[in-house]
Design a protein around this ligand. Structure first.
Ligand code: ATP
Length: 440
């Protein structure tokens, strides 16, 4: 009817051509195999919300792996299967991926064994999902192409801008949904439903988050911090007592607002100036969240959340080093001379970009800011002109001494003592060759 025509129009007008083509082909294969195949979840949600989403999720009523294998055979793409879960990933030549899952049908084969529900398999599959807005399905096969299935009131909740769970035990069943609820709420500008919020709070109170592994909590946190602007979600986490759950000393609301705003400025500045250079904005924001924790608290939080060693190093060792360096710059300015460029280089060079951007966001001292920005815009790219063969030509045998020579050359160059290649050659001769300057 009307709705189907509307959905078909969305599919035809809102999606890139290559995705349309893929959906058409999925529908063809489904038709030929006599299977019902659906696009589901976030992809359909975002289609109705008119937001781009390139994660195409497919559910097949029946054997999704066999379906995907046939698709891959017919069209030029690779397939990766997970037998245990009945899932497959189609990988197209341009690396575009489509996830295919199986909705189990075996319980429904016996006629009369259960009251017949139309499309019971897909309905049951969707019932296991986190929120109503993620339970929409669009049929893809043949004459059914574009039929919208809404078993759980998803369209109503999209209209009401509400995040709602499907049943009362949802958060108990999977406590990571606590974080997901906040992430979707803030990303979409929705509101967690009143009843759903009660369920969320009571799952929190009853300690269900402790029952999942720390690494799963960490994964969800990372997803929240990877959102373009994580601050609203962080404030909401505070409101729902999740920050307190993570650690009682985590950043308070008022300071968070200021610090996150500064972090955003630092990140924008960096991206504008160094387009294309990697900058994991979520790390900068996460460091901001940790700012009031002492080293020991950070270390124990990292342990609890099973944070990967490299990141743990950033949150502990490098963070401390950045704090020390910025304090030093501050005090040196107050009492003695400002630091030399080579000193700034030595302090900042071992630290991740994100740690330095965090330091920039945190500092309200002009001198500290100036050191950091001169490091980014100038010092970090300074190099000496001589190379190993130049040193060798001067008659110095290759060995560990080279490392020291290059370090000293770089330091002297950073401090403006060496400007030209000849300066560097003279410097090496003077310091490392005996009797070179004794003839005057
Ligand atoms: P995003 O844009 O963040 O990828 P998404 O809706 O695509 O949003 P995914 O995390 O990719 O979310 O998950 C894909 C689908 O799987 C979701 O639409 C959701 O219905 C379901 N899902 C994911 N995690 C859970 C969970 N913990 N419990 C229930 N369903 C989940």
């Amino acid at each position: 009817g009307l709705k189907k025509r509307y959905v078909v129009r969305l599919l035809r007008t809102r999606l890139e051509q290559r995705i349309q083509d893929i959906l058409d082909r999925l529908g063809q294969v489904a038709q030929d195999l006599g299977l019902d195949v659906f696009a589901v979840g976030g992809f359909v949600r975002d289609l109705l919300l008119n937001k781009q989403n390139l994660d195409v999720d497919i559910v097949v009523e029946g054997d999704g792996i066999a379906f995907a294998a046939e698709f891959a055979r017919r069209f030029d793409c690779r397939i990766r299967t997970h037998r245990k879960f009945g899932t497959a990933v189609l990988i197209f030549p341009d690396q575009f991926k489509v996830d295919v899952a199986s909705a189990r049908t075996e319980y429904y084969l016996e006629p009369g064994a259960l009251p017949t529900v139309e499309h019971a398999p897909i309905k049951l599959d969707l019932y296991r999902r986190d929120f109503t807005i993620n339970t929409l399905a669009i049929a893809l096969n043949g004459s059914h192409f574009g039929e919208l299935y809404d078993f759980f009131g998803a369209q109503r909740d999209l209209q009401e801008k509400a995040i709602r769970v499907l049943h009362n035990l949802s958060f108990v069943e999977d406590p990571t949904r606590v974080f997901r609820a906040i992430r979707f709420e803030q990303r979409l500008g929705f509101r967690i439903g009143v009843h759903t919020e009660q369920l969320l709070r009571s799952a929190m109170r009853m300690g269900f988050l402790d029952k999942i592994g720390g690494h799963r909590v960490w994964n969800e946190l990372v997803l929240i911090f990877k959102e373009a602007n994580p601050l609203p979600a962080v404030l909401r986490m505070a409101d729902l007592d999740l920050l307190e759950y993570l650690h009682p000393d985590l950043l308070l609301e008022k300071r968070a607002k200021k610090l996150f705003a500064n972090a955003r400025q630092a990140i924008d500045w960096y991206r504008l100036l160094f387009t294309g250079e990697p900058c994991r904005h979520w790390l900068v924001y996460f460091l901001c969240l940790l700012t009031d924790l002492d080293d020991q608290a950070v270390a124990s939080l990292c342990q609890r959340l099973v944070v990967a060693p490299r990141l743990q190093q950033i949150f502990t060792v490098e963070r401390e080093a950045a704090h020390r360096a910025t304090n030093l710059i501050f005090w040196r300015r107050m009492h003695t001379a400002p630091p030399r460029p080579s000193e700034i280089y030595d302090w900042f060079q071992p630290l991740a970009t994100e740690v330095l951007l965090y330091a920039m966001a945190r500092s309200n001292n002009e001198q500290v800011q100036r050191c950091l920005s001169s490091y980014f815009t100038h010092l970090r790219s300074v190099q000496c002109e001589l190379v190993g063969s130049d040193i060798k030509q001067l008659g110095i045998a290759p060995g560990p001494i080279y490392k020291e020579i290059f370090q000293r050359l770089l330091a002297a160059r950073l401090d403006g003592e060496l400007v030209t290649r000849q300066d560097e050659l003279d410097f090496v001769s003077q310091h490392y060759l005996p009797n070179k300057h004794t003839n005057e």
